[in-house]
Design a protein around this ligand. Structure first.
Ligand code: KIV
Length: 273
């Protein structure tokens, strides 16, 4: 009997084929249980290095390590069945050389069994993207605002705000596409630039704070659920779970303090949520 799952997971070529077709729905997830929920509705699950701030309370993504990405990537793979799982390559795991990038990406793919990796940078990373793509590693690019470069950028400001600044961002998107990436995240760029890039390059663009002109959208799950302490201005909230969670914790604490906590007969009766 085959040990393969009957459900077919989406692949990088499936996502590549969605250029100018049905919009690509992508969300982040870092855990098995949220991955199971996201998996029912999304084409792609991104195990983003945003987990550094969302899960670990870091100010930036710079401290995130390869081991952290692999641990959470494997959890997301266990929790999901049909979405393509893309794992972010963290800062410092790929920039030094094509070989360093290959070794890090191979670890990610072997240890998580995800379907693709994502890395930040355009023209400067094109050679690396071609090296990985040519060796069996599907790569999602990431241009515009690249948060791992915060220490050289100085702030998380939108990119290409004036038309004069568009050139390098367009060059980055084109370089990533020409190098063989199967899609590219375009972060925090103005709508006319996102539209121009989307119309120009051959691979799907996935926008975050880059308007509806892209071929798909991605958000950080906790941001759109109202669970993050700070969210970028462009994020539309689809829930406000922070207060709901706090109210539940408050209710629990009150029950414990007033000794109204349910007895053992309830505790041992497993309920399906
Ligand atoms: O790390 C992340 O979650 C990301 C998205 C914001 C695109 O890279």
């Amino acid at each position: 009997m085959s040990v393969q799952s009957a459900i077919r997971r989406k692949t990088a070529p499936d996502i590549r084929a969605r250029k100018q077709a049905e919009p690509i729905v992508m969300l982040t997830s870092y855990h098995a249980h949220t991955a199971a929920l996201v998996d029912r509705h999304c084409d792609v699950i991104l195990v983003g290095d945003s987990l550094g701030s969302v899960m670990h309370g870091f100010e930036t993504t710079v401290p995130v390590t390869l081991d952290m990405m692999i641990l959470q990537g494997a959890s997301v793979m266990r929790g999901s069945q049909q979405a393509l799982v893309v794992v972010d390559m963290p800062f410092g795991s790929y920039e030094a050389s094509r070989e360093q990038a290959f070794n890090s990406a191979v670890r990610i793919m072997k240890e998580t069994q995800c379907g693709a990796v994502k890395l930040e940078g355009g023209v400067r990373m094109a050679e690396t993207i071609a090296f990985l793509s040519g060796r069996g590693i599907p790569v999602m690019g990431h241009v515009g605002l690249t948060p791992q470069s915060i220490n050289t950028l100085g702030s998380f400001r939108a990119q290409g705000r004036s038309e004069m600044d568009w050139g390098p961002i367009e060059d980055d998107a084109k370089a990533v596409a020409d190098a063989g990436a199967f899609s590219v995240v375009v972060e925090a760029v103005a709508e006319p630039l996102a539209r121009k890039i989307t119309e120009t390059i051959a691979i799907p663009t996935i926008g975050i704070g880059a308007s509806a002109a892209c071929d798909g959208q991605v958000l950080v799950l906790e941001d759109m659920l109202g669970l993050s302490p700070r969210t970028p201005k462009f994020v539309r909230r689809y829930g406000n779970l922070g207060p709901a969670i706090e109210a539940a914790i408050e209710g629990y604490a009150a029950d414990v303090r007033s000794r109204a906590f349910p007895g053992p007969e309830h505790v041992y009766e497993m309920k399906k949520s």
